[in-house]
Design a protein. Structure first.
Length: 337
């Protein structure tokens, strides 16, 4: 029989993801499964992760020294980069949430199957216990009946011996001997029937013993499968936690990006925008510390704060007002010559 080619492969998942991305649709576990026409969410997720690792991502902002000559160009580039980063991060968060929903559905389905398997195993175990008890009772009854028949046969044999002795002495006892022989024949037939019943009971016990051994083997295999499924569920749970941590980190990056965008917009307005931007970044860092953000995330915020301070110092050094300009309005510095 020709082997069936598996539906979900690395190549198939990557091709489906490329097709979804080319048409502007979201690349998620459910979307890939719909594109392929079926497949396990867990397998699709593993292949989809390898495909996403090969896709370019928006690089994190790094602190730089800003030259006043290219300030206008830098502002335009920052605004465009921030909009693109926000759009990409929001799409990524939506994809991760949809993937988490698909994994949660798979976990619930597996848990239901495990509960059904446990109930079936318990029912099989109960039936086996009943069969063993019935077989043991039949064997006990057969053995007791065989013992009674053997005792009756011994008694009949002794009576026949006595009758034969009396027959040798008294020919008139011939009829009594014949009767005893007939009773002996009847008891012999009954004993044979009892022995046959005992043999049938032994055969039944052996068959039930074999069935019990097979059932125990099936129970062992079922327990192994149960442990495997539980380990798989634990793995899925860990994956969900990791993805929740990733969503948290992306949300933190969105917060920083929004702060940077507001800071860039306020730079265009002039005045005390630098000081307010530094204050907002310091407040964002304080909240990130309270929420348990990673050290790398805090270092990125510190880099933005330091860059903002350097920009403010550079602007003050270039635009220090002279004595005749002391009456100029605040936030309007004299242009450098």
């Amino acid at each position: 029989m020709e082997a069936k080619t598996p539906l979900v492969t690395v190549e198939a998942v990557r091709a489906a993801a490329e097709a979804l991305s080319a048409t502007g649709r979201k690349v998620s576990v459910r979307a890939v499964i719909a594109e392929l026409g079926g497949g396990s969410p867990n397998t699709v997720l593993a292949h989809l992760k390898s495909w996403r690792a090969t896709q370019p991502e928006v690089a994190n902002a790094t602190p730089v020294m800003i030259d006043a000559r290219i300030l206008q160009i830098l502002r335009e580039q920052v605004a465009a980069s921030e909009e693109k980063a926000l759009a990409g991060a929001a799409a990524r968060v939506a994809e991760i949430e949809e993937d988490n929903a698909a994994i949660a559905e798979e976990v619930m389905k597996l848990q239901g199957e495990l509960l059904q398997r446990d109930a079936a195993l318990e029912a099989v175990r109960t039936e086996c216990d009943k069969a063993i008890a019935n077989a043991a009772e039949q064997v006990r009854e057969a053995r007791a009946e065989a013992a009674r028949e053997r005792a009756a046969a011994v008694a009949t044999h002794d009576a026949l011996a006595v009758a034969q002795a009396r027959l040798e002495e008294l020919p008139s006892l011939k009829d009594e001997i014949d009767n005893l022989r007939a009773e002996l024949a009847t008891e012999g037939a009954a004993r044979a029937a009892a022995e046959q019943a005992a043999a049938v009971a032994r055969a039944t016990q052996e068959a039930e013993g074999k069935a019990l051994a097979k059932t125990e083997k099936d129970l062992t295999a079922a327990h192994a499968e149960l442990e495997k499924r539980q380990a798989y569920i634990y793995g899925l749970t860990d994956e969900i936690h990791k993805r929740q941590d990733l969503v948290y980190e992306i949300n933190a990056k969105l917060t920083i990006a929004e702060e940077q965008l507001r800071a860039a917009q306020e730079e265009l307005a002039g005045g005390g925008a630098d000081a307010r931007a530094i204050a907002r970044l310091e407040e964002a860092r304080r909240q990130a510390v309270q929420q348990g953000a990673s050290e790398a995330h805090l270092q990125r915020i510190d880099a933005h704060i330091e860059a903002r301070k350097q920009l403010m110092v550079a602007r003050r050094e270039i635009w220090v007002p002279t004595e005749p300009d002391a009456q100029q309005p605040a936030g309007k510095a004299k242009p450098a010559k």
